[in-house]
Design a protein around this ligand. Structure first.
Ligand code: NAD
Length: 295
């Protein structure tokens, strides 16, 4: 339990629903460890109360706030600046109250998307140099688009995105246009029903990511990949799902002999640690957090 005093600073978490979130546990463990006198609290904020809630970051001189659904795609209109990757993927999960040279918060609010940063930091922590890689990505929702844009900005050479033809498909087409116009990555978009093309492109890829909800409840018995023959043993395989820790897709990849298969725990941890560093300027010991969170 942190020792809360008159000096303790506040970090928010603004979403609805939000009471189930693990984020305050992660943040408060980290602030304690790095010796920052701050706490994170969760607030039930929806689109109707978001404007006032963001203004309260300035009024209360908060360090900033995490932002989750339904606010990620609309919060930008209340901010003073937005990081390039967050702008290109159209979603913000971290609002930072920027500081002046003396370290005091200024009320100038900048939005970031640390989901994408977290995924790629997790790759780096595994010793994977992804610059120049060809990637196949399934999904065009919040997690997938954050991964796609950050990867394209940070050196992924080719990105082949697949999605089912649902309401998210058009968003994928927009993201592909944004990536092709603003980065040196070559991106294209395909129907996930085209399994022959999926198999062909997975056969040429270095890195594969499933960033859909397939593999987690209530779709925990399903995989977007028809069978293990889609995986080559040297393909790096990632899933954004972290509960369960091993999805059906990850089992298929292991059955095919893939040695590098990762779930979404790394992404989840690093999106938090990157946000904490943006708020406080301090980095948190990764091994300590992994041990405490049972990762
Ligand atoms: P979202 O609702 O924004 O997007 C959902 C995506 O899944 C869309 O692309 C949609 O078309 C696809 N989809 C839905 N049902 C499908 C089906 N039956 N078959 C194939 N595709 C289907 O969700 P999101 O926030 O992008 O989350 C996606 C996944 O990523 C979830 O499993 C979530 O838990 C995970 N996630 C992990 C982290 C992390 O830190 N590890 C962070 C965010 C999200």
């Amino acid at each position: 339990m942190p020792n809360i005093t008159g000096h303790t600073e506040l970090v928010g978490l603004m979403a609805y629903p939000i009471r189930h979130s693990q984020s305050p546990t992660t943040h408060n463990l980290a602030y304690d460890k790095i010796g920052v006198d701050a706490i994170q609290l969760a607030f039930e904020v929806d689109n109707d109360s978001l404007k006032d809630a963001v203004q309260s970051i300035r009024a209360l001189k908060m360090l900033g706030s995490n932002i989750s659904m339904p606010n990620k795609t609309v919060v930008h209109q209340y901010l003073d600046d937005v990081d390039e990757a967050a702008r290109l993927c159209g979603a913000i999960n971290t609002v930072v109250n920027t500081r002046d040279a003396d370290g005091n918060v200024t009320g100038f609010l900048k939005g970031y998307n640390t989901d994408g940063m977290g995924y790629w930091q997790a790759m780096k922590e595994e010793g994977i140099d992804f610059k120049g890689m060809k990637m196949v990505l399934i999904g065009t929702g919040g997690a997938a688009t954050a991964i796609a844009v950050r990867g394209a900005l940070d050196g992924i050479a080719e990105l082949h995105i697949f999605n089912i033809k649902d309401k998210f498909y058009a968003r994928g087409e927009e993201i592909v246009d944004n990536i092709n116009q603003n980065t040196s990555c070559k991106a294209d978009m395909h129907d996930l029903d085209d399994k022959a093309l999926l198999k062909e492109l997975m056969g040429q890829a270095d890195l594969f990511c499933d960033a859909t909800g397939v593999g987690m409840h209530p779709l925990e018995d399903l995989s977007n990949i028809p069978d293990p023959s889609y995986f080559r043993p040297d393909l790096i395989v990632t899933d954004t799902v972290y509960a369960p820790r091993e999805t059906v897709m990850m089992k298929q990849a292991k059955e095919a002999g893939c040695a590098k298969v990762y779930n979404g725990m790394g992404m989840m941890l690093f999106q938090a640690l990157i946000a904490i560093e943006l708020y406080t300027g301090k980095s948190t010991p990764v091994d300590y957090m992994k041990e405490k969170l049972g990762i």
